[in-house]
Design a binder for this molecule. Structure first.
Ligand code: PRP
Length: 215
């Protein structure tokens, strides 16, 4: 079948991209060029299948997909929720599993129970705000951090944090614990809304084959 147009994938740099490429390979989609770890190239092409791939920082993936610069993206559910971009979330890829949680010292539990006006540090201010304001109906002060968020309660910047918990070891090693679970997370495939209509057949085929693999 003649494929005119390239389908472009935006993948989250790092572990998610490696796992995604592994899955794609299993359904016969590969991109030799991407295996060269030393390359500075940004776009990788599979001419035969008329596919393009690029890697980007997680929060940029939904942006590329919303604007149609990429037809398909693979990114964590946390990033999808935080960025709030327009795109169809079509598949849970089943890897990168972790949880979005409110964490802090055990002593902060009562601050949550009593709906105190507390300070919440997070890399995910939108998720934190939505959870506290719209689900817990608790007014809080949200402080945006960019990493090592566990430091927040330790150095007295915040009472609790909203952050990702995977194994729980970062919390344990720092005397913190999960106080409430907000939602489960994993890697998701997202699709540009126009691409979904224009390239329906090709995209559905990819989703269908991946679905079989990950179910
Ligand atoms: C994430 C997250 C936690 C940690 C959780 O941080 O923000 O800090 O992983 O994993 P664990 O439950 O297995 O210990 P990441 O390593 O991505 O870096 P960051 O702290 O700079 O955001």
């Amino acid at each position: 079948m003649k494929q005119e147009r390239y389908l472009t994938f935006a993948l989250t740099k790092g572990r998610l991209a490696d796992k995604t490429l592994g899955l794609l390979e299993q359904i016969g989609i590969n991109c030799e060029e991407m295996h060269d770890k030393n390359t500075r190239k940004l776009i990788f092409v599979n001419e035969e299948l008329k596919l393009k791939f690029f890697l980007s920082k997680g929060p940029d993936v939904p942006t590329y997909v919303e604007y149609g610069a990429a037809d398909i993206g693979v990114v964590g559910k946390d990033t999808i929720m935080e960025e709030g971009r327009r795109a169809f979330e079509v598949l849970d890829l089943g890897f990168g599993k972790c949880r979005m949680c409110i964490c802090g010292p055990a002593s902060a539990r009562k601050l949550l129970e009593h709906h105190e006006m507390i300070r919440v540090a997070s890399k995910y201010p939108r998720i934190a705000k939505d959870y506290f304001y719209n689900q817990k109906f608790q007014t809080v002060d949200i402080i945006k951090l960019n990493g090592s968020v566990e430091l927040g309660p330790i150095v007295g910047l915040a009472d609790v944090i909203v952050d990702i918990v995977e194994t729980g070891s970062t919390l344990r090693e720092n005397g913190l614990e999960v106080l409430e679970e907000i939602c489960p997370l994993s890697a998701r495939m997202i699709v540009n809304q126009v691409s979904m209509r224009m390239e329906n057949e090709r995209i559905r085929k990819i989703i269908g084959e991946l679905k079989e693999l990950v179910k």
